[in-house]
Design a protein around this ligand. Structure first.
Ligand code: F6R
Length: 365
């Protein structure tokens, strides 16, 4: 089953051009200006009534929800909230009657996500699921949903399922945006950007050997920070989760500007930072945050989009990601951190496919 690969995690990282293509197949309108979904069971008229969306999930899927929050608020202008499923199910949150509840779960069997979905349904909310397992409990119990079609994911650390969830969320942001203020021209541009993603991911994967070399240099440290702002913040959280779960290095993700409110105390020669720098207006501001790290002798690995002009002396190592539309930045920026974590864990002799204490599907509370 592994073919030419050493591990399922590696295989699944390299399957992403295909899994992303499969998630898009047949899901754009004939005029390529919006997305279309077959299973929402909600008419455009009903969707226009939605004035708030609540996303529920656990772990990596929760990070997809955070990306969805940025994308849907940005492109569809619908207020979005994100909550850990395990918290929501016992919190008895007051929700507005026009709230749509969306659960994201790769397996469709995570007990906390299922419990949260059931609680939302009991209260009479309309529910959707973004899910990778046809016929799973969460898929069956939600009122409608979107299958990821990413193919089975065996490695415990989620990789292709995560990027596929973000892809679906980007398409959902496009669809909801086009029901509201997003223009025909903007829609066309986004569809083009999404369709380009598989080949751009392919380009990034070609840097595999280079990323492996970089990872080797950092495998000896016991702490690592992942920093990003705006859309890169959830990717920073995901980077930290990936690294900690498979390499057992203590890692944390932060919005870069929060550093000065506490975490900067950790910075020293032994605590490197992975800095996720996407091009855009926030990039220049982020540089000040990196300078603070450098000033405290922290090593910095930049994962940066092509157009980011990184000042001399700021980066100890740099991984460049192709320039792209803002809506797909989170997908592209995620690929190098998956490979980085994978190679750091290998260097440390860890079992990447079966990390200690973890299970693929968490069916206990
Ligand atoms: C981390 C990881 C977990 C899952 C979480 C939810 O790499 O895979 O954090 O994301 O257990 O699982 P699903 O998506 O199946 O509900």
């Amino acid at each position: 089953e592994l073919g030419d690969y050493d591990h399922f995690m590696q295989k699944e990282i390299f399957e992403q051009p295909t899994s992303l293509k499969n998630g898009m197949r047949g899901r754009f309108s004939d005029d390529a200006s919006t997305a279309v979904f077959g299973g929402l069971n909600l008419s455009p008229q009903e969707l226009r009534q939605v004035d708030r969306i609540l996303f529920l999930a656990c772990g990596t899927a929760w990070h997809s929800c955070l990306v969805a929050e940025y994308l849907i608020e940005r492109f569809a202008r619908i207020p979005v909230e994100v909550e850990y499923a395990s918290e929501f199910r016992y919190r008895n949150s007051p929700l507005d009657k026009n709230t749509l509840v969306i659960a994201i779960s790769q397996s469709g069997e995570t007990i906390d996500t299922l419990g949260a979905l059931r609680e939302a349904k009991r209260k009479g909310y309309r529910t959707l699921a973004i899910n990778n397992s046809v016929g799973s409990t969460i898929a069956r119990e939600s009122d409608g949903g979107i299958y990821q079609h990413a193919g089975p994911e065996i490695g415990v650390a989620s990789t292709k399922a995560f990027t596929s969830q973000i892809m679906i969320c980007a398409m959902l942001a496009l669809y909801l945006g086009r029901l509201r203020d997003l223009s025909y021209g903007d829609g066309i541009e986004i569809v083009k950007a999404l369709q380009k993603v598989p080949e751009q991911v392919e380009e990034i994967l070609k840097q595999d050997a280079k990323i492996a070399e970089i990872a080797k240099k950092y495998a000896k440290y016991e702490d690592c920070l992942f920093l990003g702002r705006q859309l890169m913040f959830p990717i920073a959280l995901e980077g930290a989760l990936k690294l900690k779960e498979i390499s057992y290095i203590h890692a944390e993700g932060y919005p870069a500007a929060e550093m000065k409110h506490g975490p900067i105390a950790l910075i020293c020669e032994e605590c490197p930072s992975v800095f996720l720098a996407a091009s855009g207006e926030i990039f220049q501001k982020s540089l000040a945050n990196v300078q603070e790290v450098k000033a405290r002798k922290g090593k910095v690995i930049f994962v940066a989009s092509e157009e980011c002009d990184i000042p001399e002396g700021l980066a100890d190592d740099t991984i460049i990601v192709p320039e792209c539309h803002e809506i797909v930045q989170p997908i592209l920026m995620c690929i190098p951190i998956q490979l980085f974590s994978y190679y750091v864990a290998l260097e440390r002799g860890c079992d990447v496919d079966k990390p200690r204490n973890l299970a693929k599907s968490v069916t206990v509370e």
